[in-house]
Design a protein around this ligand. Sequence first.
Ligand code: SPD
Length: 607
Amino acid sequence: MSETRRAPVLGSLAALVYLFLYAPILVLVAFSFNQSRLTAEWKGFTLEWYARLLSSPQIRMSLGNSLVVALVTTVVATAIGTAAALALARGRLRRPGSLMALIALPIVVPEIVLASSLLLFFAALGLRLGFLTVILAHVAFCVSYVVVVVRARLAGLDPSLEEAAADLGAGPWRTFLKVTLPGLAPGILSAALLVFALSIDDYVVTSFVAGVGSTTLPIQIYSMVRSGVTPEINAVSTLLLVATALLLLSAHQLERGARARVAAAPALLGLAVLGAPFVAGTGAAPAERVLNVYIWSNYIAPETVRKFEQRHGVRVNVDLYDTNEALLAKIQAGNAAYDVVCPSNYSIQILRAQDLLLPLDHTALPHRVNLEPALLDKPYDPGNRYSMPYFWGTCGIGYDRRRTGPVDSWDALWDKRFAGRILMLDDARETIGAALKRRGRSLNATDEGWLRDAQRQLIDQKPLVRVYDSGSFDAALLSGDVWLAQGWSGQLAKVREENPDLEYVVPKEGSSLFVDSLAIPRSAPHPELAHAFLDFVMEAEIAAEICRTMQYSTPNRAAVALLPPEITRNPAIFPPPDVLRRVELIEDIGDATVLYDRLWTEVKAER
Ligand code: SPD
């Protein structure tokens, strides 16, 4: 092909690549200005979602945390990285090549590996997860980038200038300050901007090492996404995107040799974009006492939390999880400072056995009399010494009856007609449990042959499954991405408010029943306030409000009396006796847990 004919082809290819890279980002930015709450429908231009950011205390707080972490990380990592680059380039080191390779290794090590090793390391040191651990972790993965950038700049710096300074009588320190540092400054600044951008953006490592009160903006965005992608998320993501792009533009200009004043302009603008919501909302005085709550997503409304904050003059941090295993990992690591947690029945057994829960002071919980006696004094917590039931419910199938027709069996999730339209929970006990029930077996089975059969069923099913997800199965059903979703009752009852064609069924072969209860970890820093919170959510009006908004079944008898019939007569929320007869509580199965986890990991790894 001739030069002239090749150019338009290459140009179109390049345009396609750029479109592929930037189309999703442009859609996100566009929808951050969309009047409609539903992301898929354009209803006109608005700045409302940006205005809401300014008034959201959670976003302001997480943005403030991100800025503090990124600034401290930038200063520390840049200083350490610059020193290391100088030592590698100018020091008389043996094997500088191998040392450089070792320094660069963290850049290519998978983030998840870095994250879990840092978590283990901090636990071994007995460091409590919080700001310090987040900053240390960020410094750990950013130093390598600084070394690489500064060393590249050093390589272009003529060493004869330093030699000349020395010949003219300048000492090493003076030579460094007057010759080396000015020559390196653009490289150091560009490394600093890169570190800032990496730190403010990081999710994976931070999610492992953050503790209460150190939630950063990416973690906040992710926990908001778990309750559905809203225009506020599009708006905050757009701000983050613009700020990061501006910082990287400055870094790029510095590297290309632009004058410092010109190159700094985009970075300053980027910082202003990030700082604006933070500065705009500094009106509210920070409360002195703090309660740290770690609870399932879709389990408590911000309004309820606000009421508790107002009544007690405290601030409540709410962090969310979607599996019992995530909760167990945090509590067992021993360095997360949560005051209130919400384990399911079998997890209470596990935490109790490991002595990780605080015995409750029943005299501080007068509203416990409101609870339904049938849900108290269960084998996983005799006498409710450690926990108070908060929500209960079932696991079943949510489905779009217009697309699937009637569904009454787990077999529907193995039906080839629905290939690519099926969602399964990302939960070893529930998925293996469903496969066991499909064969008429108990979901607490420990027989290896039965468990391997369940694994085989899940592997056979895998080509039909669109996604394994325990956090947004309801949103996936509502958006039409999937037609059938294994999920928990409350969220699947709630989707009917928006689409009455979505049904919920507990399959005829049986399923799991759960009782999720509030408990206080033994390491809770504020056990008194934690008791006040437990008692607060057992008040009849509050429990009724929580049930109305979340639509999981309340164990609070007094609250039931305050609920409208649409809730109390909804069989998805309060199942009739024939459904209750076919459900079973998941129990702690001891050593067999390892086998369940291994089999489930193998299912997910299967291609
Ligand atoms: N998003 C909240 C879901 C709560 C479900 N309870 C857990 C049951 C575990 N088997």
